[in-house]
Design a protein around this ligand. Structure first.
Ligand SMILES: *Cc1c(COP(=O)(O)O)cnc(C)c1O
Length: 226
């Protein structure tokens, strides 16, 4: 894959049309699915190319890197939407709340406490997703499947948070469909509306299972820097 601005624009158009087709085949509307362009470890030129192509919703894994990518660009694009899709340390909660419109990786009470404290001190309140560890992987963040409902309830009632959606990252090397189905079921049971699921390799599958946002990095931008 090359990475001239026009290549990124045409890959974006292709992803959007694949996503629209998957949505239609599932009896859904194309604009019910948001493309989140995952710009972690991508060079500036590619990010600028995506912006030029009209992309406005971006996902980042790390607070500091996101600040480097977006602190200045944000001023030029008032309609930008930034989403944190990597795990968040509690000591960066206030910084994350300042920068991100959406935090997709709420997964523990200590982080909820740190966010609550930041909001009470005047930080803007991002939209919040709960990350679920659907594959019960030791190395992966996220709430356990069996604890999801209770965790969402606690976020709502103890912390006063609105929970917009659930997010998952299926285990590498396993079919993703069952994980997407599981997340959709958990969301329905907990009365949560949105589903962040699906990446470059499986976003069409995720849309069939109800994804409302797909997180696509390499298929859009090309391979990441080491
Ligand atoms: C890096 C990353 C992505 C994008 O992965 P690609 O396979 O490059 O599309 C999506 N979601 C999360 C949480 C990520 O960390």
């Amino acid at each position: 894959m090359s990475d001239s601005a026009s290549d990124i624009a045409s890959r974006r158009a292709a992803i959007l049309s694949q996503a629209a087709r998957a949505a239609q085949e599932a009896g859904r509307k194309a604009d019910d699915v948001t493309l989140v362009a995952v710009s972690k470890r991508q060079p500036d030129a590619r990010i600028d190319a995506a912006l030029k192509a009209g992309q406005r919703v971006f996902g980042e894994n790390r607070v500091q890197e996101a600040q480097a990518h977006w602190a200045v660009r944000r001023a030029d694009y008032p309609d930008l939407e930034l989403r944190l899709i990597g795990s968040l340390q509690s000591n960066k909660a206030a910084d994350a709340a300042e920068l991100f419109d959406v935090i997709e990786t709420l997964d523990r009470d200590s982080l909820a406490k740190a966010l609550r404290k930041a909001f009470d001190a005047g930080s803007p309140v991002p939209r919040l997703y709960v990350q679920v560890n659907t594959g019960a992987e030791d190395q992966k963040s996220g709430v356990a499947v069996a604890e999801t409902q209770a965790f969402v309830d606690r976020m709502r009632h103890e912390f006063g948070f609105e929970i917009e959606g659930l997010m998952c990252i299926p285990p590498v090397g396993e079919p993703a469909g069952p994980h997407f189905a599981l997340l959709a079921g958990l969301a329905q049971a907990a009365g949560v509306e949105k589903l962040s699921m699906g990446m470059s390799a499986d976003f069409e599958t995720a849309i069939r299972f109800g994804a409302t946002s797909i997180r696509v990095g390499s298929a859009l931008f090309g391979a990441r820097e080491a």
